[in-house]
Design a binder for this molecule. Structure first.
Ligand SMILES: [Zn+2]
Length: 235
């Protein structure tokens, strides 16, 4: 290897070390900040945009209730729920009591922290922007039919994802201008409500493994069902 090439590699190595150190200590280069969504050492901040590093942190928090609750409590009304295991098939582990996401309120809901985190990401990335863009108003309230329910899937012998609080049913929305949108009336209702509900259903498919809407079957005419399935089901 020639001397020039050797020095070039040493410089690249020093620069890489400098960048890594700078990112780790939130150092600015001149006036350019090292974006925190690219910083693997800072705690997860759910309000940041999604990058590879941010998605890696989200996935890590999904399996770690302590990290998940710490991140969620910064952006949502969420408090820790002690593990609840009434039977072999039914439990809420790594749970939270969720009463709000960003500026939107909801009736206090017991669910798994990882699901609440997905719900927050959906609310921020899909519901809130769609409400502004299509309906011209801010989202104030999310209405739901709950998450945990110790039961089997209706008409089946298989246990529901609700039995482990790995699913949630969303029924409607209230906006800052007083407008109330429900799945039951809106899915085939006014054109702007139809557009809004379909857009946020499609948005949910970016955050949840399983998404069922009124398009799926009559049992879902009045709610969206979101869950942790791995099959990437979206209808
Ligand atoms: Zn459901």
């Amino acid at each position: 290897m020639g001397r020039g090439l050797f020095r070039f590699f040493i410089n690249v190595l020093l620069f890489a070390c400098f960048m890594a150190f700078g990112i780790a200590h939130d150092i600015r280069i001149g006036r350019i900040p090292v974006a925190p969504e690219w910083n693997p050492w800072t705690p997860l901040d759910l309000s940041l945009r999604e990058t590879r590093i941010q998605n890696w942190k989200i996935n890590r928090a999904r399996n770690d209730p302590v990290q998940c609750r710490a991140a969620l409590s910064q952006v949502a009304h969420a408090s820790a729920l002690p593990d609840y295991t009434p039977s072999e098939k039914c439990s809420i582990k790594g749970g939270v009591i969720l009463a709000g996401l960003g500026a939107a309120r909801l009736d206090p809901l017991k669910t798994r922290c990882a699901l609440a985190m997905d719900l927050y990401l959906w609310e921020q990335n899909s519901v809130r922007p769609a409400a502004r863009e299509i309906l011209g108003a801010d989202l104030r309230r999310i209405e739901h039919f709950g998450s945990y329910s110790c039961r089997k899937i209706a008409g089946s012998r298989r246990w529901s994802k609700h039995a482990r609080a790995e699913a949630i049913d969303i029924a409607g929305f209230r906006l800052a201008n007083g407008r109330h949108i429900t799945l039951l009336r809106g899915w085939n209702g006014k054109s702007d409500e139809r557009k809004f509900l379909r857009q946020i259903r499609d948005g949910a498919c970016q955050h949840f493994g399983g998404v069922l809407s009124p398009d799926y079957n009559a049992a879902h005419a009045d709610h969206f069902h979101f869950d942790f399935s791995r099959w990437g089901f979206c209808k």
